[in-house]
Design a protein around this ligand. Sequence first.
Ligand SMILES: Cc1cc2nc3c(=O)[nH]c(=O)nc-3n(C[C@H](O)[C@H](O)[C@H](O)COP(=O)(O)OP(=O)(O)OC[C@H]3O[C@@H](n4cnc5c(N)ncnc54)[C@H](O)[C@@H]3O)c2cc1C
Length: 265
Amino acid sequence: MHPFKYHRPSNVNDAVQLAAKGVDHKLLAGGQSLVQAMKLRLASPSDIIDLSEVPDLAGIKVSGSEVSVGAMTRHRAVANSAEVRKAIPALAALAAQIGDRQVRAMGTLGGALAHNDPAADYPAAVLGLGATIVTNKRKIAADDFFKGLYETALAQGELITAVTFPVPRRAAYMKFKNQASRFAIVGVFVAETPGGVRVAVTGAGSCAFRQKDMEKALSAKFSPDSVAGVKQSASGLNTDLHASAEYRAHLVTVMAKRAVEAALK
Ligand SMILES: Cc1cc2nc3c(=O)[nH]c(=O)nc-3n(C[C@H](O)[C@H](O)[C@H](O)COP(=O)(O)OP(=O)(O)OC[C@H]3O[C@@H](n4cnc5c(N)ncnc54)[C@H](O)[C@@H]3O)c2cc1C
């Protein structure tokens, strides 16, 4: 690991000002991805800006139609929140399936989204629910946020402050997990929202994406049988030692069907 300067700001303004000072400055949330990248020398920031002492960034607020989760909210807090479990049970259940206890105790929503690992779970919920990513500069619709492999719409130094999730009529997330890391080999989030049905897939491609054919089929009839016959093309999907593109394509349909079944329970 290269030497770096360590900063611990106590408010968002100071964090943003520090982050704007250099292209090699990196925000630190729970360190679950960043520290590994630094150890492997895939990232060599000159300055680390630790967000753990910025109180405004952590916490959950639930209004009638929205759940707002601060960027520094740990996965464990979302999984255990009685308010989230009541308003969007699928979101709490998704958080409860991330990694293991240690990862859930440290990993954060903001870090997961900014890192945008292709197999991460949260992007499926953000895209599937049509959430809004709030930064120090603007509000970004989920549909405009995930740009590609580890790539997002965030500008250099831009800081996610919170994510606002609309409360759906019903929703569920199903994932076929990697048995070692528990990352999604394929995960599918299905939601019936006031704005329509949304189906978001993670783990299968370079980043989370919407499955529009399934959305169309479920809009006509919200039933497991509606997606059972909808095939996902394997073209452009990931192939690695865990699963081929063709197997992932098959899993998209299987997970979508199970997610619809779960949403109807
Ligand atoms: C063993 C293991 C198993 C895991 N299993 C799963 C799993 O099953 N499912 C899953 O979804 N994830 C999994 N993860 C990922 C984990 O849950 C974290 O969400 C992810 O690693 C991000 O970590 P972090 O929040 O600590 O962010 P960090 O590692 O601190 O930061 C990650 C990146 O985000 C940037 N960043 C952090 N916060 C902000 C912010 N507020 N605004 C802008 N940029 C920011 C950082 O600069 C950095 O580039 C696993 C991780 C490990 C180590």
